[in-house]
Design a protein around this ligand. Structure first.
Ligand SMILES: *Cc1c(COP(=O)(O)O)cnc(C)c1O
Length: 429
């Protein structure tokens, strides 16, 4: 395969890109091509100052008064409202709080309670075998606790798996290993037709692709604050529950921040109406403040076309990457794990290679081209080792794509990746 695209073409596309000014919102080192925003987003420039203000002024000087004077108290709801348009949720339907894993525990528990109250014979959770492990582990834990069964399938097996004994279908919208995206509306409709509730993990979707939870009629959703939302390492995650369900069940971590009147200090628990009951305890205000800076960039992006414009650029970037890799790195044993069809692709491209995937990623990182490696199943099944590249249209440009592929070509052509220093495994890949 050949390509006629040049570096100059890519630079011209950057010059004409209406979203290019958004990059100035980020403290991205000039010499770095960052293709790992799907794992840890880049720091918004405003974050350092905002966090310093919270520490010095709001905490340092104003102390406990800041719960009221700096509106700390309702920050999870306010950030939820700011995030809501990105995922097709309405005001008052989302809170930013806790981690993705913890929020999944809450919504999966509530969904199981609802499904089994209506129909006790439903004793299965269905999910994808290649779902992100923490999702599977949380489901496994709940199944152990309640004597239920977790059934793991491949994506093409979903229709056949929606049987009368299933309570909940728990899926991640965009797969973390392959970047493959489910049709949320169609899958939700199929689940509902079989009387099954849906839990959608938006870890690789929120801020990456347009999502319409209400339009799809989804039941429960959770997602991550530190990936495409750029909220900082370990940023608070989010949780959404469809308003038709929100008041029906307690979530299991019924702490005082989810109480209808926390400062009445009553000995009994009365859940707050709506999504607020999905809060547990006192919130991490410094971390929430950093997350707000990430969300502010999406608010700024609204004026430039919002998620639809970001999606168009994301697809253009991933199309370009695929075309350049196939033309310029041909003959090096690279495969494509990510769907070519736009409707089935998230905002990342995953390449496969039988050997050396880890070392190739390490060699790229040494050249300041930062992607990551995700381990396959060692030939036991259908998942090969993966070189994973995330494309965040907020701060990645077309020339970045060209230059990243040129580095990859050099690493492969010169066998640079075979050097011993690139073949030592680190704890975090
Ligand atoms: C990143 C990710 C998580 C992360 O969960 P944490 O609780 O933040 O560690 C969970 N699920 C999916 C699908 C992810 O991609």
């Amino acid at each position: 395969m050949t390509t006629s695209i040049t570096l100059q073409d890519c630079q011209a596309r950057d010059a004409a890109d209406p979203l290019a000014p958004l990059r100035a919102h980020f403290a991205l080192p000039a010499d770095t091509i960052y293709l790992d925003g799907n794992s840890l987003g880049v720091a918004p420039r405003a974050a350092a100052e905002r966090v310093a203000q919270v520490v010095k002024q709001e905490w340092g000087n104003d102390l406990i008064r800041s719960w009221n004077s700096a509106s700390w108290f309702d920050l999870p709801q306010r950030l939820g409202d700011q995030l809501a348009p990105l995922i097709g949720a309405g005001p008052g339907e989302v809170v930013c709080t806790d981690s993705t894993s913890i929020n999944l525990y809450k919504v999966l528990s509530a969904a199981l309670n609802m499904a089994r109250e209506d129909s006790p014979a439903r004793r299965r959770i269905v999910s994808e075998r290649s779902n992100f492990p923490t999702d599977l582990y949380i489901a496994e834990g709940l199944c152990r606790e309640r004597g239920l069964e977790l059934v793991l399938i491949e994506p093409e097996e979903i229709p056949a798996a929606l049987t009368a004994d299933v309570a909940v279908l728990m899926l991640t919208h965009v797969n973390y290993r392959t970047g493959a995206m489910h049709d949320m509306a169609a899958v939700t409709a199929a689940a509902h037709a079989a009387g099954i509730l849906t839990v959608w993990d938006l870890a690789h979707s929120a801020g990456a692709v347009p999502v319409d939870l209400n339009g799809a009629g989804a039941d429960f959703s959770i997602g991550c604050g530190y990936k495409y939302l750029n909220g900082g390492p370990g940023a608070p995650a989010f949780v959404w529950v469809h308003p038709r369900h929100a008041d029906r069940f307690w979530q299991p971590l019924s702490g005082w921040w989810g109480h209808a009147a926390p400062f009445q200090f009553t000995p009994d628990y009365q859940p707050a109406p709506g999504i607020t009951r999905y809060l547990c305890g006192t919130q991490p205000i410094i971390s929430l403040s950093a997350l707000q800076c990430g969300l502010d960039v999406f608010t700024a992006a609204q004026a430039l076309g919002g998620m639809q414009a970001l999606r168009q650029k994301s697809l253009a970037l991933t199309d370009l990457f695929i075309e350049l890799v196939e033309a310029r790195c041909a003959g090096h044993g690279l495969g494509l794990a990510t769907p070519r069809e736009h409707a089935q692709r998230g905002s990342q491209v995953c390449l496969t290679r039988d050997i050396g995937a880890y070392a190739i990623v390490q060699a790229l990182i040494a050249r300041n081209v930062i992607g990551d490696f995700r381990k396959g199943d060692g030939g036991a099944g259908r998942h090969k080792d993966i070189l994973r590249f995330g494309f965040t249209p907020l701060y990645v440009g077309f020339a970045d794509v060209w230059n990243a592929v040129e580095h990859l070509r050099q690493v492969l052509d010169t066998a640079e990746w075979q050097r011993p220093e690139f073949n030592q495994q680190h704890a975090v890949t």
